[in-house]
Write a new protein. Sequence first.
Length: 610
Amino acid sequence: MATLTELLTLDVGVLLDRVCAFTAGQREALHRPALQAWERYAWRDALDGRKDRYTQEEGRRLELILAATAPAEQLTWPTDDQRLRIARSRGSRFLHALARHTVRTIATTDYSPDFGIIRRAERDGLVTLDADDDYVLAMVNQFGGRFSGGGGRRADLLRADPELLARAFWRIFEIEGNRQVSLANVDKYRGSRVQTWHDAVLDLLSDGTIDRARVLDATVAALGLGFPQYRAGWYSRLHAALAPSADERAARQAGYAMLLRSSVGPTVALAVDALTAVQKAGRLDHDSAALTDGLAAAVLAPAKSTATKALALAARVGSGQSSVIVAALGHPHPDVQAACVEHLRARGERGAVLSALPALAPAVAAAARGWLGVEAPPAVTAPVAPPEVAAPELEAVAPITEPAELAEAFAILLADPTDAELLERALCAAARLGPDPGEYAGLAAGRHACCGTARRTSGTCCSTSSPGWCSPPPTRRGYAGCRRWHRRCSCSPGGCPPWSRRCVPGAGSRRARSRPMPAAGSRRRCSCSGSPRRPRRIRSTSSPRSCGSGRTRPACPRRSATKRPRYPAPSAPPSRMRSAGRHRQRSAAPTVHCGSPPPGPVHRVATTRR
């Protein structure tokens, strides 16, 4: 058996002879390598940015090899003589499966082959297909459509193919379609140079190619099949474009009466208009049970105009339609209710209005009470009792009795003040325990010396890791991608003013790899010391963040000697709360002078910008 590489070196004529003589085993063995090679030729090399492995001539040979080895589900009907010769060499069963798959593809996809190739295969006797739903939808989609090779008007193509006209054309009034292919979809997105099916039907009617009475019957029957409004609208528009006469409508009034119960509003409106025209011509069958049932549903149509027309038709029909008029009192629109009350007033039927008075709109009910007089009940609204709601089960709340527990509760509330129960317990304990400096003095010893953070986390303090830097444990969010600004804990020996800010970038910035890493302990220049613009923040991948919060420009040594610092001196505890992401910190203990930042990376505290 020849390999794929050997087949690609053959001449096209020799290759055709070889692939047409393939056995089933040879096709199965060559299909996978041929498919992989064709994918590399078609798109994979270009997508991966690699040099093309196969030339154009070799790509053409790959297509012929795939046509000889691939199953019918992966192919479409051949459009050239070479591939048609290969398909015919694989037998009639393969040809039939290939034709069915092609028809299914045309019936369900927008960008699909021309339906004319299937018709040519049928006329040549290669395949014989039934006019099922897929066949009819394929004709609707690509018979003289946008991708039709021969082009032409659909009406002319149907005239030239009387067999297709007799076998499949009339089934377009019976099939709803799918999400991609339907008469409404194809006509809406046809393109400017393609004749719509609506115009094609009118064109065929103009010269008598198809029967007008049969088209009228088909449109009325299609509207009664329960298609959605978008697809049923195609048949409604075609029926209205035919403009049936009074005699044609009178002959189909039974079908119109059935359409009165449709759930599609335009369909009900079409049926009401048709029956109104028949009634005005004196050809309406008043005693029809289908008409009574249909009008009872039509007077409750959501559209006010349709319900009003149906009510007027029921009033003109005769006394046998009193139940239909009474049913219109249940319509939600006040205008329909008012028209119904007027019809009942003209008939002198006071009992129906009196019983339906509480359900009428206020304006309609007021007018009806003026007509009914003393017989109308007063407009009193019955009181509505409130629903009984079971009382929730109460649970005992454990009070806080120890000062350490109270301090822990307040620390938790600083981080998450939304816990109402804990807040209530803490306030109750604070009021009960009262101020006692002796009991709370020992709690200050459990705080970090540099920043005053309580030791309620499992993080390490600056006194145990490196002076001047805190390393609390990372939160759920993590600090690898945080880009917020942070502050040194206290004054440093390098000359930074107290509570000055330092930007130490996060490790997740996109520009971290393209910017140089600042030296440890380096300082920014302030705006009044020669820098032409405000310093930009520097990002790095391994430098730690300092604890604290807020964002501002670096403090100027010239101004720090004359201007009061924004925050208190290091010896006095600051009184302002500084948000620190999920960890809100409060400096309550005296701080110490901090040294230079640690050499290695540590955890960083995420803070908000100022």
